[in-house]
Ligand binder design. Structure first.
Ligand SMILES: CC(C)(COP(=O)(O)OP(=O)(O)OC[C@H]1O[C@@H](n2cnc3c(N)ncnc32)[C@H](O)[C@@H]1OP(=O)(O)O)[C@@H](O)C(=O)NCCC(=O)NCCS
Length: 177
């Protein structure tokens, strides 16, 4: 794999980011809900205007991973969301989204982006990272557990009107990964 470049998203990235978000969500989870709920979720979350707003939001950091100048993955850190009660301890941050293009799974790229996401959260003074992951996503759960996340609780995640059973995972950020 050619070297990965990781950078903060800027306003000009919003349209391409929204397209990739939709494509990679559908590739990973398009089968998990019916077509109506899936389409509602994609329309509500992955449009260019919403991504422009999230990129501009000082409480959200969007990191892009690029190979040969092409976006192949992204992560979104959220600093103003309320952590679930199952996340104990001070100063948490949410890892709200973490996706790679299917062709980049299993190639080590996601590990590099995770390291950068943890570094950015630590630099903002956060001491733990939490996230939600679908309970039926063994690849993502295995990836997160390899990177120090542990199950601390369960949560419901709405995809349209479909309510998915998620795990809450949490990882301490006290030491460098
Ligand atoms: C989650 C994601 C970023 C991880 O990146 P990745 O490159 O696949 O990660 P890795 O290859 O380092 O680790 C995945 C692990 O899952 C394992 N795995 C893959 N498919 C699996 C399956 N069906 N069941 C169990 N484990 C599986 C892999 O073998 C690997 O474990 P190993 O290193 O012990 O062999 C990537 O898979 C992705 O973008 N998925 C779609 C989006 C997503 O689910 N994001 C998370 C939303 S919360």
């Amino acid at each position: 794999m050619s070297a990965l470049r990781i950078r903060h998203a800027v306003a000009a990235d919003a349209a391409a980011l929204a397209r990739n978000m939709a494509d990679w969500f559908l590739a990973a989870y398009g089968h998990a809900s019916d077509a109506v709920n899936t389409a509602a979720f994609v329309a509500a979350n992955f449009d260019a205007a919403r991504q422009a707003a999230e990129i501009a939001d000082p409480d959200i950091v969007t990191l892009l991973a690029e190979a040969d100048g092409v976006m192949v993955g992204y992560a979104q850190l959220r600093f103003a969301t309320r952590a679930p009660d199952s996340v104990s301890g001070a100063d948490p941050a949410e890892l709200g989204r973490f996706y790679f293009a299917p062709a980049f799974h299993g190639r080590g790229a996601a590990a590099e982006l995770m390291q950068d996401a943890c570094r950015v959260a630590r630099e903002r003074g956060r001491r733990r990272l939490w996230l939600l992951v679908w309970q039926e996503s063994p690849q993502a759960i295995r990836f997160y557990e390899k990177h120090g996340f542990r199950k601390v609780g369960a949560a419901v995640f709405p995809v349209g009107e479909d309510r998915k059973a998620d795990w809450v995972l949490c990882k301490p950020l006290d030491e460098a990964p």
